[in-house]
Design a protein around this ligand. Structure first.
Ligand code: DP6
Length: 340
């Protein structure tokens, strides 16, 4: 019997950001957050479990994973091994070995949320390969342990991460707010740098919580932001949602700028792209930006504005390319290849 499964998941971009943890071991957030899953940023992952001795074999975009990145995935696979034992889904040696092959259709670790799509696809492929069928919320709890934002990528369209109260984190997971086909909007990713970022979001967020005098104000504003965002989504009010998302992203970056030493992800090209969004908006286009833990600028816009916003961004000298996305599907299993 081959214990193998392949899954795909899309990255998501937060409109109300997750920036700060209340528990670093269980990866529990200080606040809720809300995102849009993107059709254009997909990770595909195959996991095979075998009774061989030895370490897990992990290949990311054709190269063996190394160092901290490898460690993080192997630690996540330990959680799946623990679930396998707890559910009695396997017999035999204590440590089945995993072979993981994962490929991204976009640059990894450049602020394009590859850890979100990566751990969502890994959670689904690793559990199904082991014969475990978790409900979406349980899968989301598991994906969260790999990377917080991954818990939202289990769901398509607009999703919210409920921070939860339970000490064991079982109530801290994503929920779907709106199916991908329920509201046709666009998210454009202006890719400014394809190299891995200098400081990972995990370290930067912990550093912000520990040292930024603005962190409490950031955290206190999130429940109100989430209320407005939910209302805007249910009313399909893009203007209200876009204005709020842009403000929320700027407040997150202001909070990290106030950390000591400061965290600054922006490049000169980032600021140029932000200004371009303001210019084309003043000229009548319907668009707002958001920025994560990297230099790239993401732009939420309506379908009618898409082509003109892409053109406005593409002519900037620092923009390498613009990836256009619709609301994307949740994590899904791919059919097993037919044996020939
Ligand atoms: C700026 O989910 O990558 O993209 O839980 O430590 O893996 P860890 O952090 P991660 O942080 C994402 C931060 C963000 C905002 C967001 O996606 O909500």
């Amino acid at each position: 019997m081959i214990l193998q499964a392949t899954a795909e998941a899309c990255a998501n971009i937060a409109l109300i950001k997750y920036w700060g943890k209340r528990d670093a071991v269980l990866n529990l957030p200080a606040t809720g957050s809300l995102s849009l899953t993107l059709s254009g940023l997909v990770t595909r992952t195959t996991v095979t479990w075998a009774e061989d001795p030895g370490a897990d074999a992990i290949v990311l975009d054709g190269k063996p994973a190394e160092g901290a990145e490898r460690e993080r995935i192997a630690t996540f696979l330990d959680l799946v091994r623990a679930l396998m034992h707890a559910n009695g889904s396997r017999r035999g040696p204590d440590s089945p070995r995993a072979t993981v092959e994962s490929s991204n259709g976009f640059p990894r670790a450049a602020g394009l949320a590859s850890s979100a799509s990566g751990f969502a696809a890994l959670a689904l492929a690793a559990t199904r390969a082991a014969g475990l069928e978790l409900a979406d919320e349980q899968l989301s709890v598991l994906a969260r342990r790999g990377s917080g934002s991954a818990c939202r990528s289990i769901f398509g369209g607009f999703a919210e991460w409920l921070p939860g109260n339970a000490a064991d984190g079982q109530d801290s997971h994503g929920v779907r707010l709106l199916a991908p086909e329920a509201w046709d909007v666009r998210m454009l990713v202006a890719v400014l740098a394809e190299r891995p970022k200098p400081k990972g979001s995990r370290d930067a967020m912990n550093h912000t919580v520990a040292t930024s005098p603005y962190f409490d104000a950031w955290r206190a504003a999130i429940p109100g932001d989430l209320d407005v965002a939910r209302q805007a989504i249910s009313a399909r009010d893009l203007r209200r949602l876009g204005e709020l998302a842009e403000s929320n992203a700027l407040r997150m970056h202001a909070t990290m700028l106030a950390a000591r030493p400061p965290v600054l992800y922006w490049l000169p090209e980032t600021v140029a792209a932000m200004r371009r969004v303001w210019e084309v908006r003043d000229a009548g286009l319907t668009c707002w930006f958001t920025i994560d833990a990297g230099p790239n600028v993401k732009v939420l816009c309506d379908v009618a504005s898409e082509a003109a916003v892409v053109a406005g961004l593409s002519e900037l000298p620092g923009v390498l390319r613009v990836i256009s996305s619709r609301p994307g599907p949740g994590a899904r299993l791919l059919p097993a290849p037919v044996a020939s």
